[in-house]
Write a protein that binds this ligand. Structure first.
Ligand code: ACM
Ligand code: ZN
Length: 552
C-alpha cells in the first residue's frame, strides 16, 4: 500500500518519470523514478553515514562495493558522508518503502523502516556499473518506492536434489537482489529428508541418502545407480537463517505431511500404515543396490529413486505419528523465527488410509465421513500444536479439502481456485499457480534441456496479476502475496537451478513488488536486457531464450 508521502511524490514525478523510465535500470520497477543531471562517483574510502537501524544495510553496501569493485568505504568514520542511510520511521502496513536520492554531490537512502533502507540500497546497487573497470559512478536519480505485496517469495526444493549451504546462500542473494522477502525451503521429500533432527538421527542417516535416481523423463529410462546424499545440520540451518535475516528475508521451513513422506518412512517404517509392506518401486527404475538390499537384507522401505506421488504416506490412525511430527517440530520451531511453518498437505493419496484399520478406526471415532475429512483432521491436529507454539501454518491448497484448519494460510498452486475459495473464507492466501509461477516448467517450446514439462515463458510470468477478478476488493486483501516455485526433479546441479530461475525471477519480482498500473512488458524489456548484462558480469547461469528469440 502506498503511503500518502509516496503517493504525493509519485504524482509530482509522474510526467517526468514516464519520459525517463527506460534510463532508470531498477528491477522491480519502482513507484516513481526521475533521472537527474550528472552522476555521483563512489571513490576509494568514501564515507557511509548510518545509524543503528540501518547498520545491516550499510554493512551489505560496504561488503558489496568491496567485493564487486574493490572500493573500500568507511562506515561512520570521521570524513565526509558521501552516502547517507537513515530511517524516517513510518508505520506502513507493508514494510519496505524508501526514497533514494543521487545527486552529483551526495547519495541518500531514507527508508520508512529498516527494510526500506535495505531496498533503497538494492536499488542503488542496481544503478552501479556492470563492470569492474573504470569509475564506480551512479547516475543522478530521485526514486520513491514501496512494495505492492507483503509476501514476496521463492521456494527451493532441496529434497529431489540437495544443494549445499554455499548455493543456498547464493540463491538467497538472488532473492535479495530482487527485493523478495521470503525463502520457502522445501526440506523434506520422498527422495530425501534434508534437516538434522537430533531426536531421530535416522531421518538423516537413512532418509537423506538414496542409491540412485531415474534417468530421463519420468517414468524414466533406467536408474543411474549413483548414490547421493545430503542434509543440513542444525548449525548450518542457523547460519542460513541468519544470512537471510541480514538481507531481510524470512526463511519458512516446509516439513511435508501427511504425504511425500517416503524418506522419513524409510528411516522409521512405523510411520507408515503398513510398516512391513514393500515400498512399491517401478521394477526397471530401481538401483541395483536397492534391489540387493531388498533381497539380501529384507529391507522393505526405501528413499524414493523416481519422481511422482507415492501411496505410502504417514498413518493418520496412530497417535505415534503425531507424537513423532510434534517432536520434529519441537526442533524445527526454535531454528526458524518465521511466523509460519509450512506443513505441505499436497498430493496425499488416500489408498493406504482406506485399507488401514487404524485410520478407519480414527475416522469412525471422530465421525469423519471420508478420507478427505481424515486429511483435514490430520492438518487441524498439527495446526493446533503449531499454534500452541505461537506459530501459524501454511499449506498447499489441498488443505481446503475436508475443511480448512482454522488459522491456516493457503498456498494456491493448482490454479487460483483454492486461493479464491480460501480468500472468500477470509483466510490469507499466497498465490503460486502452476500457470505463472512454476519455474520447473520449460522456458520455451525450444527448451534445450530436460524439464518436467509445461511451458512458462518469461512473458507469462510477467503478465500475472495475483489478485483474481473473482474476488471483491475486501476479499482481495487476503491475497498477501505471490511466490515462484522451483521443484528440482530435473535440476540436479546449481547451474541448472540458475538457468531455470533467471531471468524469470526478475519478472516475478515485478509481479510481487510493482502495482499493476505501473507495470508494462514494453517498459520491462530494456531493463531485462540490462539484467542479462548483470548476470554475465556476475558469472550467473541463465536461460538465454529471450535474447535468442528477440534478436533483431
Ligand atoms: C506441488 O507442486 N505439489 C505443491
Ligand atoms: Zn493408517
Amino acid at each position: 500500500m502506498m503511503t500518502s508521502r509516496l503517493f504525493a511524490i509519485a504524482v509530482s514525478f509522474f510526467l517526468l518519470a514516464s519520459a525517463t523510465a527506460q534510463e532508470i535500470l531498477i528491477t522491480p520497477k519502482p513507484v516513481s523514478g526521475v533521472a537527474g543531471k550528472g552522476m555521483f562517483v563512489i571513490k576509494q574510502n568514501a564515507g557511509i553515514k548510518t545509524a543503528a537501524g540501518s547498520m545491516k544495510s550499510a554493512t551489505f553496501l560496504k561488503d558489496y562495493l568491496s567485493k564487486m569493485y574493490g572500493v573500500s568505504t568507511n562506515v561512520n568514520g570521521k570524513g565526509k558522508a558521501d552516502i547517507e542511510l537513515k530511517i524516517a520511521a513510518k508505520n506502513n502496513a507493508i514494510k519496505g518503502a524508501y526514497h533514494l536520492s543521487v545527486t552529483g554531490k551526495h547519495i541518500s537512502v531514507i527508508g520508512d523502516d529498516e527494510e526500506g533502507v535495505f531496498y533503497g540500497v538494492q536499488s542503488l546497487i542496481q544503478l552501479l556499473p556492470v563492470q569492474k573497470t573504470g569509475t564506480v559512478s551512479v547516475p543522478a536519480v530521485e526514486v520513491a518506492d514501496a512494495p505492492r505485496f507483503a509476501y514476496r517469495g521463492a521456494h527451493l526444493d532441496v529434497g529431489r536434489h540437495f544443494f549445499d549451504v554455499d548455493f543456498v546462500k547464493k540463491y538467497i542473494d538472488l532473492l535479495a537482489m530482487y527485493k523478495l522477502n521470503v525463502f520457502h525451503w522445501h526440506l523434506t521429500e520422498d527422495q530425501g529428508w534434508r534437516i538434522e533432527i537430533k531426536k531421530y538421527p535416522e531421518l538423516t542417516q537413512i532418509g537423506s541418502k538414496r542409491n540412485g535416481e531415474i534417468t530421463g523423463h519420468y517414468p524414466g529410462q533406467g536408474n543411474d545407480n549413483k548414490p547421493s546424499s545430503g542434509y543440513y545440520t542444525q548449525e548450518q540451518v542457523k547460519d542460513i537463517v541468519a544470512y537471510a535475516a541480514a538481507r531481510y528475508i524470512t526463511v519458512i521451513p516446509e516439513i511435508e505431511m501427511p504425504g511425500h513422506g517416503s524418506a522419513a518412512i524409510a528411516a522409521y517404517p512405523s510411520l507408515s500404515c503398513f510398516p512391513k509392506r514393500v515400498t512399491p518401486l517401478p521394477i526397471n527404475m530401481v538401483s541395483m543396490e536397492s534391489v540387493k538390499q531388498a533381497q539380501k537384507e529384507n529391507r522393505v522401505k526405501f528413499v524414493q529413486e523416481t519422481w511422482g506421488v507415492f501411496d505410502d504416506v504417514f498413518c493418520a490412525g496412530k497417535d505415534s505419528t503425531f507424537i513423532f511430527l510434534q517432536n520434529v517440530l519441537d526442533e524445527i520451531i526454535p531454528l526458524f523465527p518465521a511466523k509460519y511453518i509450512h506443513i505441505g498437505g499436497d498430493e496425499c493419496p488416500k489408498t493406504n488410509w482406506k485399507q488401514c484399520p487404524l485410520c478407519q478406526k480414527r475416522m469412525k471415532e471422530n465421525s469423519l465421513k471420508d478420507e478427505h475429512a481424515l486429511q483435514s483432521y490430520f492438518i487441524g491436529r498439527m495446526e493446533k500444536y503449531i499454534n500452541s507454539k505461537g506459530k501459524s501454518i501454511i499449506g498447499w491448497d489441498e488443505i481446503l479439502e475436508g475443511g480448512l484448519a482454522p488459522n491456516a494460510t493457503v498456498m494456491s498452486w493448482r490454479g487460483e481456485q483454492g486461493g479464491i475459495e480460501a480468500a472468500k473464507q477470509h483466510h490469507d492466501v499466497v498465490m503460486t499457480p502452476g500457470s505463472n509461477c512454476y519455474f520447473d516448467h520449460s522456458n520455451s517450446k525450444n527448451e534445450d534441456s530436460l524439464t518436467i514439462g509445461g511451458l512458462l515463458p518469461i512473458e507469462t510470468v510477467y503478465s500475472y496479476n495475483p489478485v483474481p477478478a473473482a474476488l471483491s476488493a475486501e476479499e482481495g486483501k487476503y491475497i498477501i502475496g505471490v511466490q515462484a516455485n522451483l521443484w528440482t526433479e530435473y535440476m540436479s546441479n546449481p547451474a541448472k537451478v540458475e538457468y531455470m530461475l533467471l531471468p524469470r525471477l526478475s519478472a516475478m519480482s515485478e509481479v510481487q513488488w510493482t502495482a499493476p498500473e505501473n507495470k508494462s512488458w514494453a517498459d520491462f524489456q530494456p531493463r531485462l536486457l540490462h539484467e542479462f548484462k548483470k548476470y554475465d558480469w556476475m558469472g550467473l547461469n541463465y536461460c538465454p531464450v529471450y535474447l535468442k528469440e528477440n534478436k533483431n
